[in-house]
Write a protein that binds this ligand. Structure first.
Ligand SMILES: *[C@@H]1O[C@H](CO)[C@@H](O)[C@H](O)[C@H]1NC(C)=O
Ligand SMILES: *[C@@H]1O[C@H](CO)[C@@H](O)[C@H](O)[C@H]1NC(C)=O
Length: 377
């Protein structure tokens, strides 16, 4: 085992409990908030992640998560997707050589009598800053969702991550997303696709929508999904809106992410494309910073978007900017009273942290309820 992995494990049992006690006291005393709900999990996620380094994700966290997911879900399936000059041009990835890429996915649930032209199919994009694979606890959310919507199929993309042996960077994850989406449309003939994703997965959904809208003028035109659900989407990975240092410390304490953690993710995802290296426009990365009004007008005319986020999260400013952008270009097709839910006291990916054994009380939870209603209507 790599020395830093051993160190991580040692820290997990020594430093982490001390850090957590400190964080909980700050939350109780300074913020006058109780530790009810997701608030104790948030500090755990944030503090534990900040103790990781380049080896921890590929050597410990991802293998552990994969082991659980392999046990709980169907096996990974793979399709091949052809990279074209159109892609290379769109993503300024002229150096991208692979002609064919592998796209991996899993069926989470497929009803026996699934009818692609009638029934909904949910395409799920997990989060994890492009570095972490699907977190097994997300499966609880998907399971509850499939109990609620028994006729809906659920498929999950298993996109490449930015760490480990087969690490891949931008725009690979976007190409894989396009690959699986076009497979659903062209090969499985799905007519009612719903995209759903959280955090970095939300960024991929946005990049996919943006890409699809650029194809509406082309021969290769691909229809847009019927609906898109964005749970705390990471809208601008390379353009983090910063606050002043004191405010950052305040807001970080209540969220499950830290600014430092986000920066690590960005560096791995963008590498040489990073704006820090002089690249100044990444329309498929920083979706609200490089907001293309024409594209998003097209998108809102064909697809209905729902956005949910927590009022305690560090991504709040960029999510709010994106919401304002959408509202401005198409107020008729983006009604913030129905299509946005900002959850009071909620953190990053709050709906996924809602673990409830009673289906009715789960469905009534403020961060979950809006999502269910949006899928229903
Ligand atoms: C799926 O639904 C369509 C429209 O309702 C129907 O025409 C078709 O026969 C169905 N397909 C199957 C395999 O049941
Ligand atoms: C959601 O799924 C989990 C895990 O399978 C289960 O324990 C829980 O009872 C479910 N909750 C609801 C509300 O169905």
């Amino acid at each position: 085992m790599h020395a830093s992995n051993a160190l991580f494990i040692v820290k997990l049992f020594t430093l982490l409990p001390i850090r957590l006690v400190y964080c909980y006291l700050v939350i109780l005393i300074r913020h006058r908030r109780s530790l009810k709900g997701s608030i104790w999990i948030r500090a755990f996620m944030r503090e534990a992640f900040d103790m990781t380094d380049d080896h921890t994700c590929p050597d410990i966290i991802n293998p552990l998560f994969n082991l659980c997911v392999n046990y709980l879900c169907d096996k990974v399936e793979t399709i091949q997707y052809q990279i074209t000059d159109e892609h290379r041009l769109s993503f300024s990835a002229i150096g991208l050589r692979d002609e064919m890429i592998d796209v991996r996915y899993r069926w989470y649930y497929k009803p026996d009598d699934f009818n692609a032209s009638d029934d909904d199919i949910l395409l799920y994009f997990h989060g994890g800053g492009f570095a972490v694979t699907l977190v097994p606890t997300s499966l609880i959310f998907l399971r509850n969702l499939s109990i609620w919507f028994p006729k809906m199929a659920i498929i999950m993309i298993d996109y490449s991550v930015t760490v480990g042996e087969n690490d891949k960077q931008y725009p690979y994850q976007i190409l894989e997303s396009i690959g699986l989406y076009t497979h659903l449309i062209n090969n499985l003939q799905c007519k009612n696709v719903i995209l759903m994703g959280e955090s970095a997965g939300g960024n991929l959904e946005l990049a996919l929508l943006n890409y699809l809208s650029t194809t509406t003028m082309m021969k290769t035109k691909i229809p847009l999904p019927k609906k898109t659900i964005l749970i705390s989407p990471w809208v601008n990975p390379s353009r983090l809106d910063r606050y002043d240092i004191m405010q950052e410390k305040e807001i970080e304490r209540l969220d499950c992410l830290s600014f430092e953690g986000l920066e690590k993710f960005t560096k791995r995802y963008l590498q040489s494309m990073n704006p820090l290296n002089g690249v100044n426009s990444l329309p498929f990365v920083d979706l609200s910073y490089d907001f293309d009004s024409d594209n998003w007008k097209t998108i809102l005319e064909q697809s209905s978007i729902y956005i949910t986020y927590g009022k305690d999260e560090i991504l709040k400013p960029q999510i709010q900017t994106f919401i304002k952008n959408l509202e401005m270009i198409h107020p008729n097709n983006f009604d913030t009273s129905r299509q946005v839910s900002a959850y009071e006291g909620g953190c990053h990916i709050e709906p996924l942290l809602k673990l409830d054994t009673d289906l009715n009380s789960w469905s009534m939870h403020a961060s979950v309820n809006g999502i269910l209603r949006f899928i229903e209507h």
